[in-house]
Write a protein that binds this ligand. Sequence first.
Ligand SMILES: Cc1cc2nc3c(=O)[nH]c(=O)nc-3n(C[C@H](O)[C@H](O)[C@H](O)COP(=O)(O)OP(=O)(O)OC[C@H]3O[C@@H](n4cnc5c(N)ncnc54)[C@H](O)[C@@H]3O)c2cc1C
Length: 470
Amino acid sequence: MTAHPLLPPVVVDERELDEEQVTAHERQVTAEHGGADRDVELLAIGAGPSNLALAVALEELAPGLARDCLVIERDREISWQRGMLLPEALSQVSFLKDLVTLRNPRSKFSFLNYLHAVGRLDQFVNMGSFVPYRIELADYLRWTAESLSMVEVQRGRACLDIRPMWTGGTLTGWSTQVDGGQTIRSRYLVVGAGRDARIPEPLHGVAPDRVIHSTQYRQRVGALPRDLPYRVAVVGAGQSAAELFSSVQSDLPQCRPTMVMRSIGLNMYETSKFNNELFFASFVDEFYASRPDARARMLAQMHHTNYAGLAPGLMDSLYRQVYLDRLSGRPRLQMVTMHDITAAREDGDDIVLELTDWRNGAVQELRVDLVLLGTGFSPEMPTLVRHLADSIGLSEIKVTRDYRLVIDRPNTAACYLQGVNEATHGIADSLLSVLALRSNDIVQDILAHRAAHLDSSGAAQVSAPVTAAA
Ligand SMILES: Cc1cc2nc3c(=O)[nH]c(=O)nc-3n(C[C@H](O)[C@H](O)[C@H](O)COP(=O)(O)OP(=O)(O)OC[C@H]3O[C@@H](n4cnc5c(N)ncnc54)[C@H](O)[C@@H]3O)c2cc1C
């Protein structure tokens, strides 16, 4: 592939992009843990909000298990939605829906205690807002990981593959391959590694260095020369697409962005306080107990509370950007609505998107240097989980109410899935709203599973389930 005149060779792997930022300490942390294989009782994959909430719950509810728990994170730093840590972006939920408060309001791991610890409590209260900035939530996650005293968190450790371990036809554990060649064996496994990015089918054949999904935006756009006249397509009509369209104007100040969407235009999120009650952790029971067609109907009716919509503040500021752009007399912002991307190809240095107007079938071409994708996440189970299910021989990936993977074979080991169970546990499953209580459900289920499946010597080591805070 020849180099594009406006684009330096892009390193797609964000871990390589972060290389120069790796401190000596971080190198040491990574090096120390490489090499020797290891056994732990519980391995948690991914140190995002889901597994950090689990780590907090383990320390507060099951310290014995916490001391034998390892969390591995592929990135070299603990953060939150790294690709979209835009300076002014706000979280969309109350700070009270942090990793722990709804389970244990007295916890030292609360967002309020974080603010106190970093000396920003007065200012946050003075701001008079329930919603923190995204960057401060990311820092809260880092602080939480560093504040854990029993659960070990290793950064810069990606899980590559997971295999079941069998003893005479009984599933007895998991063997997890980590980059660097190490194998970690565990009886319990919790996968909280997020969801796979959704890349529209017509773009699958386009060189990946010309397509940037929102999950990689900040790292990859930050690596481009700023002042070149890129022609940029921004695909999507939800919050991420709108944030990309807005941010790229300042990140690449000479660029000419065109927003391409299927919908008739941009919509706002639905924000009814009544419907918001369906995001309560207490609603999970009701959702889970509903008939499959009723679950699907509820999800469809709630779609615009979480997807394909913009926060009101962003809608206003984006409209003002477009208005001022038109007022300038030299408009550079464009929006193409009601068009599907039906094909994409490379033509010399250009990416050519074929846009089909779904009202009349008319086709037009859009030639760009870069495509930014605000297309969200795949609704399917992530590849990592699908491979795991294949290796166990599961025909269907299903979890119990307590998030345990249903394995129809004798077992003394178990695997839990976090953040990928919207179809059975409701629309809040991928969000922060349910984390604090979900981690309690998982910890209690692990404790009960251990008590039921270990032999008497093992069972003697199991802590009694604790429902209140330690
Ligand atoms: C831009 C954006 C903004 C959002 N804002 C909000 C919001 O305001 N409120 C809200 O409730 N929800 C929001 N969400 C939804 C978001 O999914 C949740 O907030 C939350 O991040 C889910 O946590 P998680 O731990 O399940 O997954 P993630 O946050 O995706 O974390 C997964 C972690 O696993 C790591 N990982 C992945 N693969 C591997 C591997 N193979 N080996 C090791 N580690 C791995 C990743 O690096 C990551 O750190 C937002 C999502 C996006 C994309």
